[in-house]
Design a protein around this ligand. Structure first.
Ligand code: ADP
Length: 163
């Protein structure tokens, strides 16, 4: 049973994240999307909301066939991956800028959790410029984010902004 953990902030989940989830599912028996709950960081959505959004979208898109689960966690990704007996930590690589940070992170995680490999999955070209932070920035200034997030996520963002 090969289980992978895909950790991140997912604030909110984008089509880029979903692309990585879809590419990861055929590689593992089970994929856990691990939503980091970091109270020190300013988030648009709470960890519970972020999980709920991903669950809803995953159900809408029929992802995983029962092999995909979504959980929030706090603390070290390595500790969460060990607790879940994961074989791998999945991370997405968009462009060369991601590589330097991700390499350091992967080596640190290998030190903290020997035996758990970080597996990098390349983003689809059409989403390689998409990040949750850029998306929020553009959205808050009135820019159109259609096609970069599922419509339901856009609606959630709109509701959040108008509050
Ligand atoms: P973190 O704060 O841990 O980077 P993110 O939610 O920003 O959390 O990203 C989680 C993971 O998803 C990271 O591995 C990141 O590289 C990947 N990712 C983010 N956006 C995209 C995208 N557009 N395409 C592919 N992978 C992405």
């Amino acid at each position: 049973m090969k289980r992978a953990v895909f950790p991140g902030s997912f604030d909110p989940v984008t089509n880029g994240h979903l692309d990585i989830i879809k590419r990861s599912l055929p590689l593992f028996d089970e994929v856990i999307v691990a939503v980091l709950n970091n109270p020190e960081k300013q988030h648009m959505f709470s960890a519970d909301e972020r999980c709920e959004i991903i669950r809803e979208i995953a159900a809408d898109q029929g992802l995983g066939d029962g092999r995909l689960s979504i959980e929030s966690f706090s603390g070290l990704t390595a500790d969460f991956a060990i607790k879940k007996s994961a074989a791998a930590i999945v991370r997405g690589i968009r462009a060369v800028q991601d590589y330097e940070y991700e390499l350091r992170m992967a080596l640190m995680n290998r030190r903290l959790a020997p035996g758990i490999e970080t597996v990098f999955v390349m983003a689809a070209e059409e989403y390689s410029f998409v990040s949750s932070s850029l998306l929020k920035q553009v959205f808050s200034l009135g820019g159109d984010v259609s096609g970069l997030v599922p419509d339901k996520v856009k609606a959630r963002m709109l509701a959040k902004l108008s509050r």
